[in-house]
Design a protein around this ligand. Structure first.
Ligand code: HEC
Ligand code: HEC
Length: 287
């Protein structure tokens, strides 16, 4: 009897353990959502490295420090952190206000597999379509991407145009916003299609995320913008400084106008007063 009780206790203990572990793993998946914009687990590198097997490549202590603040670790001169930072074109990874416990959950999720989503045939067909679009590089898709980016074509789910915050120069023209980074060279800066795709799908930047959270950009629209940005990148060997130059010239013209107005007024007043004096004198003589 006592033995039975023990077995029962042991079984329920193990089951609870399993249950807790499952909850933990799920938490890890939720927490990991902030990382998908820049990382894959086994899908190759995008903005950041592929994280598959990361717990075998790095110590737990290193991972916790890096994920909390990669900048701090890089600044401290840690050779691995510096090397991976250089390898990824000096793109800094944002800091994360995560506890050690939360990070361990994320790492458990990364260890646990490839994201675990069941294969959905619709999704596969869509992916196939997107892949072939990206390969074809059709002028129609580039145009669609340009129009979506510039707000000349509405997003299916009604999100704001990218130009409300960004510029991208194409055919020597760009009318975009200057609130956020210029995206003319984003394609090469972020390492190709996947980098741009991830950021559009789940932006790691609060203001951009807020814009599209309830108005997601569809996969097709996303691909069209990727194509557009690939072409802005290829057209412009270096980041154009249109926006800044424009601002600079405008400031110069405004400054010049102000200067001319002030000196003009001054001379006019001076001339007026001289003329006035002569006039007065003449008036006196003519009397
Ligand atoms: C905005 C993009 C971005 C986001 C979001 C991001 N990372 Fe990163 N991550 C990078 C980049 C870029 C690197 C390469 C190192 C560097 O440039 O600092 C990197 C490197 C890493 C590394 C080191 C990999 C190695 O090979 O040593 C780990 C671990 C990591 N990230 C985990 C995470 C986790 C976990 C999250 C989510 C909490 C996350 N990252 C969110 C961009 C990002
Ligand atoms: C509400 C403003 C806003 C809108 C709208 C917006 N973004 Fe952003 N985006 C940001 C901010 C802020 C950043 C962070 C970088 C910065 O500060 O410039 C960013 C960063 C990016 C980056 C990474 C740039 C880099 O090189 O590091 C890409 C790519 C990007 N956005 C693409 C887009 C695309 C494509 C659209 C349209 C579908 C879009 N964004 C719409 C605000 C916005």
């Amino acid at each position: 009897m006592k033995q039975k009780m023990n077995i029962l206790a042991l079984t329920s203990f193990l089951l609870t353990g399993l249950f807790i572990q499952q909850v933990t793993a799920q938490d890890g998946a939720t927490l990991y959502k902030t990382c998908v914009a820049c990382h894959t687990i086994g899908g190759g590198k995008t903005v950041g490295p592929d994280l598959k097997g990361i717990t075998k490549r790095r110590t737990n202590e290193w991972l916790v420090q890096f994920i909390q603040s990669s900048g701090k670790l890089i600044k401290s001169g840690d050779p691995d952190a510096v090397a991976v930072f250089k390898q990824f074109n000096n793109i800094p990874m944002p800091d994360n206000a995560l506890t050690v416990d939360q990070i361990n959950k994320i790492l458990a999720h990364i260890d646990g597999g490839e994201g675990g989503a069941a294969i959905d045939p619709k999704q596969v067909a869509l992916q196939h379509k997107v892949d072939s679009m990206l390969k074809t590089n059709s002028p129609l898709d580039i145009l669609a991407g340009k129009e979506l980016f510039n707000g000349d074509r509405r997003f299916e789910n009604g999100g704001a145009s990218c130009t409300s915050c960004h510029n991208a120069t194409y055919n020597n023209s760009g009318k975009g916003g200057i609130l956020a980074k210029d995206l003319t060279k984003a394609y090469s800066r972020l390492g190709g299609f996947a980098g741009i795709k991830g950021i559009i799908a789940s932006a790691p930047f609060p203001s951009m995320l807020a814009t599209y959270k309830n108005h997601p950009v569809t996969e097709i629209e996303n691909a069209q913008i990727q194509l557009f940005l690939k072409n802005t990148d290829e057209q412009n060997p270096v980041q154009p400084v249109v926006e800044k130059a424009w601002f600079f010239y405008a400031a110069m013209v405004v400054g010049l106008v102000i200067l001319l107005t002030i000196t003009g007024l001054w001379f006019r007043r001076k001339r007026l007063s001289v003329n006035h004096a002569i006039l007065k004198r003449q008036e006196k003589y003519s009397k």
